[in-house]
Design a protein. Structure first.
Lengths: 108, 116
């Protein structure tokens, strides 16, 4: 089976930095995606990691360690609009298996 | 980015009826389309993978006779929920991949199904 774990919910303050972790154990691994999802809407792409290391894209960065089965999404300079669910998804050779999602609450 | 549409966005039906949901890739040819289901406050669960012109591959626990998938062209896949029951009420999301766009999946806006 596929096992992908994320914290259920996190709260952070506007302007701060928050790190959302994702650990995985899957039968195959071709890469890891992070998506943002607002309630009732489709997920939107944030980042993609294939190799170990940090990928930076503006206020968002994502890290991957394949040997540890671990990834994190780092959000800097938090804004109120960043309140959403963040989903990590393992690309198991073109099949995506999603974690349960982390609901991020950004407070003023 | 590539655009994927779904229709309808919202549907309410009576128990026992069948509902068809369409997923279209608008600006690229999708060799593979995926169907997900998302219950409230839960993550996306992959239901099935469909490749154009071939039978869909269903995930364990998903009834293929209940959730009929057709991928007749490179831009259209349909999901038919047959004899829908209240427990089938959920948010159904499709995604599409291929067309030389790497292995990223592009998601449709989702369809909210409510079965009374």
């Amino acid at each position: 089976g596929q096992n992908i774990d994320q914290p259920t919910e996190m709260t952070a303050t506007e302007g701060a930095i928050v790190q959302i972790n994702c650990t995985y154990q899957t039968s195959g691994f071709n890469g890891l995606f992070w998506y943002q999802q607002h309630a009732g809407e489709a997920p939107t792409f944030l980042s993609y990691n294939v190799l170990d290391g940090l990928e930076e894209k503006g206020r968002f960065s994502s890290f991957l360690s394949r040997s540890k089965g671990y990834s994190y999404l780092l959000l800097k300079e938090l804004q109120m609009k960043d309140s959403a669910s963040y989903l990590c998804a393992v690309d198991n050779f073109n099949k995506f298996y999603f974690g349960s999602g982390t609901k991020l609450n950004v407070k003023p | 980015g590539a655009v994927v549409s779904q229709h309808p966005s919202r549907v309410i039906c009576k128990s026992g009826t069948s509902v068809k949901i369409e997923c279209r890739s608008l600006d690229f040819q999708a060799t593979t389309m995926f169907w997900y289901r998302q219950f409230p406050k839960q993550s996306l669960m992959l239901m099935a993978t469909s490749n154009e012109g071939s039978k869909a591959t269903y995930e364990q626990g998903v009834e293929k006779d209940k959730f009929l998938i057709n991928h007749a062209s490179l831009t259209l896949s349909t999901l038919t929920v047959t004899s829908a029951h209240p427990e089938d009420s959920s948010f159904y999301i499709c995604s599409a991949a291929g067309g030389g766009l790497g292995n990223e999946q592009f998601f449709g806006p989702g369809t909210r199904l409510t079965v009374l």
